[in-house]
Structure formats: C-alpha cells, structure tokens
Design a binder for this molecule. Sequence first.
Ligand code: UT7
Length: 349
Amino acid sequence: MPQTRIAGIGYYVPSNVVTNNDLLKYMDTSDEWIQERTGIKERRYAHRTDETTTTMGVEAAKIAIERAGITKDDVDFIIFATISPDYYFPGCGVLLQRAMKIKEIGALDVRNQCSGFVYALSIADQFIKTGMYKNILLVASEKHSFGLDFSTRGRNVSVIFGDGAGAVVLQPTEKENQGILSTHLHSDGESAEILAMFNPGTHGNHWVPEPVADFADAPIGEMFMSHEMIDKAQNFPNMDGPAVFKKAIVKFPEVIVEALEKNNLKASDLHLLIPHQANLRIAQYVQQKLQLTDSQVYNNIERYGNTTAASIPIALCEAWEQGKVKEGDLVCLAAFGSGFTWGSALLRW
Ligand code: UT7
C-alpha cells in the first residue's frame, strides 16, 4: 500500500498587519497583557471586501500546486477546512473549485475548528492509501476578523485570532519510510459549549449554557438568527479560556506521545513539532513536558495569532521554506481546539 506524502505546500497571509496596539482603538486591552498571556505581537486581517476565506485559500493552493509540480487539472479531490466560511452553505470547497476553474471533481468541507487541518490530512491519507485519489488539494483558511466582538466584552477571544491560509498537495509515494506514518483523532463533546459560536444555529435554547433568545415569541424565520441575538452580541464566539487551556496542556502531549508510541519512536527522535498555534504558553508547556529543545518546535503565533485550521499548514510551510524541514525528517503535527477535538499526524518528510 502506498503512503501519503506532502508533495507541495504553500501559504498566504493578508498584507494588513494589525499590532496589539492597533486593537486599543476598539477595546480596553494592552500590548503587555496580550504578549504575556498569549505570545502574540501582531496578526493579519484580510481586506474587508476583496479577500475572503476562499480567495486566501486559492492563493495558498496555487503555490502548493506549483511546488508539487502539477497543474490544477491534475487535482482529483479537494478538501477545505475552515470555521469561517464565505457562506453558511455551500462550503468553501466548491467556491475554491469555481475560483480556480478546477474540473468537476469532488469537494469536501471539514469543520473541525483548530483540529481541522489534522482531521482533513487524516481523511486525505485514507483516500490516497486506498488508491482512490492521486493528487488531493487540501486547503485550510480562516477569515476571523469578520466575525469577532471587537468591544471590550469580547477581548479574551478577539485579540487571539488572525486571518490566513495554508495548503498542501498530497500524493502517493512508494518510497519506504516516507510520508504520513500515522494519524490520531479524538473528540470529547461533553465540553462543546466551552469554546463555541452558537448562532446562527438550530439549537433553540437546547444546548446553550444560557437561553440566547425568547424563541417562544420569535417570528418563525428569526429563530435561526434573531435581532435579539445580534443586540446581545450573541453572534460571536464564546470561550472559557482557562478551561480550554487546562484541557489543551493535557491533550497536546498525550496525542503526540500516542503518535510516537504507535511508531516506536521517542520525542527525542522528532526533528520538528508543529503545534497548532493557539497560545505560545501552551506550546511552551508542551515543549517542556516532552523535553524538546527550542529547535525541535516551530512557533509563529507572535506574527499571526491563532489562525485555527490554517495555523499548522502556515507554520509547516514557513518552517520548510526556512530549511527547518528536510527530506527524511520526522515531523509531528498536533492540534487541539473547540469540540473539544484534537489530533496528531506523524510524518517522514
Ligand atoms: O485555538 C483554540 C483553542 N483556544 C485556546 O487554546 C485558548 C486557551 N486559553 C488561553 O489561551 C487563555 O485562557 C487566554 C489567552 C484566552 C486568556 O488568558 P488567561 O490567562 O486565561 O486570562 P483569563 O481569561 O483568566 O483572564 C484574566 C483577566 C480577566 O480579568 P480579571 O477578571 O482578572 O479582572 C480578564 O477580564 O484578564 C482579563 N482579560 C484581558 N485583559 C486585557 C481577558 N482578555 C483580556 C485582554 N486584555 N484581551
């Protein structure tokens, strides 16, 4: 059976740099607080009208396709991971297909939040291994700046997130000991509401911690997204940051060790760990726990913030461009986020 290798990789971030101090215009925060608690110095925000989650994905995809030495016409399946899609439906997969004028192949949308790229990579891996597809284009892109609460009320969430896109082309390889060695996926829906965006949604008042609107009197069409929800700013993401943090620092090391043990490897064998860029303090904790050196972990959250599904491919691409990932290197990708969902992928470059 062939293994799956990353044949091409690319990323795109908007040119608009937003520093921590720029956020002071909107909310009561400080550069010091943000850097100390998250490690973030700046992030990118997409152009309001000219850039979307899909268009950023297209830019990243073009680079990945070129680096894979193929053309868009060779792509035989598209997977698009995002939680900030252009439309509620259809997903960005078909929008990217249209924008890139790719033929009538399948397009799948994955919405697994911060774990979206790892989940999508695992799906692609199954398709490649079984021989179903030969050139899968996997894109992860987020335009968070469009849907955050920029008032002081939303500061614990809004200062963290940034926009950007990453993409890979996945192909089969017959080379021994090359490509994806294993992927490991997990979830725990018990804590779904700890990091969630409830609206628009069909929940009524069922799962949400507190009723979000008086649906009894709501006009039938307004139950999905009512004026009341907007008035109360209930159309933005909610997060209990400390609760997410506590779970993340347990699950990150656990799922990395799971991948290493599955392949009879040790943390010291890793050339590079690319953790999802959620918070520099989380990444540093994981590094310490696994006793990894600075050169074994790649972080770029200080420049981009948390770009959810896109964070791993952006970081992986940067690391590769800087010569930090070379043929034969053992690379671990690991993510944890809303759901909770988490996962890892171990690969030999
Ligand atoms: O990628 C998806 C997964 N997400 C994560 O992994 C996020 C995990 N959690 C975190 O990264 C951290 O919990 C945060 C960075 C979100 C928050 O840091 P924290 O150290 O846990 O702070 P906190 O939420 O406990 O808040 C501490 C204080 C509060 O004030 P009081 O109640 O102590 O007076 C907050 O109101 O900091 C305040 N605060 C802020 N102050 C200035 C919250 N956000 C801000 C802000 N600027 N942006």
